[in-house]
Design a protein around this ligand. Sequence first.
Ligand SMILES: Cc1cc2nc3c(=O)[nH]c(=O)nc-3n(C[C@H](O)[C@H](O)[C@H](O)COP(=O)(O)OP(=O)(O)OC[C@H]3O[C@@H](n4cnc5c(N)ncnc54)[C@H](O)[C@@H]3O)c2cc1C
Length: 589
Amino acid sequence: MRFHAPITDMKFLLFDVLHADELQGMEKYQEATPDVLVAIMEAMGSFAADVLQPTNKVGDVQGCSFDAQTRAVSTPQGFREAYQQFAQAGWTSLDAPVRFGGQGLPHVLKFIVDEMVCSTNLSLGMYAGLSHGAISALYSHGDSRLQDIYLPRLVSGEWTGTMCLTEPQCGTDLGLIRTRATPNDDGTYSIEGTKIWITGGEHDLADNIVHLVLAKLPGMPDTTKGISLFVVPKFFPDSGDRNAVYCGGLEHKMGIKGSSTCVMNFEGARGWLVGEPNDGMRAMFTMMNEARLMVGMQGLGLAEMAFQESLAFAHERLQSRSPAGPANPDGPADPIIVQPDVRRMLMRQKVLNEGMRALALFTGHQLDLSVAHPDAAARQAADDLVQLLTPVVKAFLTDEGFNNTNMGLQVLGGSGFTTDWPLEQLVRDGRIARIYEGTNGIQAMDLVGRKLSLAGGRLINTPFELLDNYLQQHSGAPFADPLKDSIAALKEATLWIATHGPQDPEQAAAAATPYLRLMALTVIAYLWSRMAMVATECMASGAGNHSWFKGKQTSAQFYFEKLLPENRWLLSDITSGKESVMGVSGDQW
Ligand SMILES: Cc1cc2nc3c(=O)[nH]c(=O)nc-3n(C[C@H](O)[C@H](O)[C@H](O)COP(=O)(O)OP(=O)(O)OC[C@H]3O[C@@H](n4cnc5c(N)ncnc54)[C@H](O)[C@@H]3O)c2cc1C
C-alpha cells in the first residue's frame, strides 16, 4: 500500500502538545514558522510515498553488488536517481548550518522527516543519514579549513560521509582499534588498517565519499584514550586524484540490503586530523549521539509502516465471525478487525508508536531548546534531558519498533511471512537497529553507568523535576495516579542503583536494561497524560476532528491500563539484584 504520512499526529504533537511554534520567537529559528514546518512535513510525506517507497522492494531484492576487479559497489536500480532527487530537493540540508549551505531549520523537523524516510526506504535513507553525522562531527570539531572544504558538499548531498569505527577485533570496545595513523612531513597522516561493516563505505550515488576514521597515532595505548579522528576522502578535493582507501567486499545481511555495508581497506590513505590528537572519541561521540537518535527513528519509521499495512489488512481480510455476533452479515465472514485479539495487536502498535513518536519529538524539541533558548538555565535543562534521553530513544524505539513491526506481521497471518507482502522485509530491515550505533545493551550501560552520575546527578534530577512539576501544576491531569506510581517506581529504581552500584558495579550493569525500559515507559506515560489532556481541551474548544481526539483519549487509556503496568515488574527485576543473573557457572550452563 501507499505510505500515508502521519501528519495529523505529527502536527498535534509539534504544535498542540510541545508548542514548537514558539521556536520562531528564538533568534536561531526565526524562519521556522508553523506554515513552513507543515509545508515541509507535507512535502516529505509526498516525496516519501512517490520517490522513496517505490525503490524499497527493488533494493531488498537486488541488494548492492561488488566488482572485485574495480573494487566498485553498485546500488540497486533506481537508488541513484532517487538519491539525486533527495539531495536536489534539499533533504540533506534541512537542519544543517546556514553558513555551509544548510537551511538551519529545527532538529525536531529533521526527526519528523527521518521517520518518514525510514518508513518508506530505510536502506536509501542510510546514505544521507551517515553524511549528517559526518557534518556534525566536522562542524563541531574540524578546523575552518576542513570545514570549508568538506561541509558545503556534504550539506548539499553532492558527497556522502561514513563513520569508520568497527574492526574485526573491536566493535563495542573501541580501545582495541588497530588502525594506525603515521604523521607525514606535510602535516597529513598515512592511515593503514581494515575497518568492517562500514555503512555507505563505497557506492555509486555520489561523486565523493568522506570517511571519518578512528585510528591511533604511534605509541598510543590500547584504550579509548589513545584514539584520534581523521577525515579521509575517497578522492582528494583539490586534485580529484584517488586516495588509497578501497572497498574489500560487501557483507551479506538479513536486511537493509540496499544499504552497502563494506569492508574498507586503508592502504596508506592520506588523512587529516579532526580536532586534537588522542581526542577522537569526543569528536566521534558527537557523531554517534546524533546517529543514535536517528537510529531510534528507524525503529519508529518501520513500525509506523507495519502498522499502516496491518491495519489495512485487518479491515479487508474476512475470516470468522465476531464473538459479539456477525458484523458483516451479508458477507461470508467478518473482517478480522472485529476480533479482540487482533485489536489487541493493532492497539499495541498504535499506542506504542504514538507514544514513541511523542518521546522522539519531545527529545528533538529539547535539542532545539538546548541550542536556541535565550535563557542559559533553560538551555542547560534541555541539554540534560537530551543527554539522558538519547540512549533511551535509541534503545526503546528500536526494541519496541521491532516488536511492533513483528506484531504487524502477526496480524497478516501467513501472508505476513510471504514476500508478497512487505511485512517480512520491514521485520528483517528493523532487526539491525537494535545492534548498530552501540547495541541496546550498551545504550542501557551508557544510561546507568555514565548518565546517572554525570554532573553530580543533575541529569537525572531534571526529568524528575519536570514530572513532579507537571503533576503539581495539573492536579487533575488525566491518569495522574498511575503516572505518579510510575514516577515513584523510577525514583525507587534510581535510588537502588545509586546505593548498590558504587559498591558492586555488576549490580548496576544487571539492572541497566530494565532501568532504561522503566524510564522510557515513565516518560511516555507523562507524554500520554499530556496528550490526553490536550485532546480533551481541543474537544472542549471544538477545534479539529472530535472523533480523532476521542481516539487519542482511548489510546491513552490503553497505555495506562495495558502497557504501563509493566513498570512494577521492571522495578522488581531491578531490585531483585544480580544473584540469579550471575550465579550460574561451569557445568551449570
Ligand atoms: C549492517 C551493519 C552496519 C554497520 N554500520 C557501521 C558503520 O557504519 N560504522 C561502524 O563503525 N560500524 C558499523 N557497524 C558495526 C556495529 O556498530 C557493531 O556491530 C556494534 O557496535 C556491535 O559491535 P559487535 O558487533 O562487534 O558486537 P560485540 O562488541 O562483539 O558485542 C557482542 C555482544 O556483547 C555485548 N557486549 C559487549 N561488550 C559489552 C559490555 N561492556 N557490556 C554489556 N554488553 C556487552 C553486546 O551488547 C552484544 O550483545 C555496522 C554493523 C552492521 C551489522
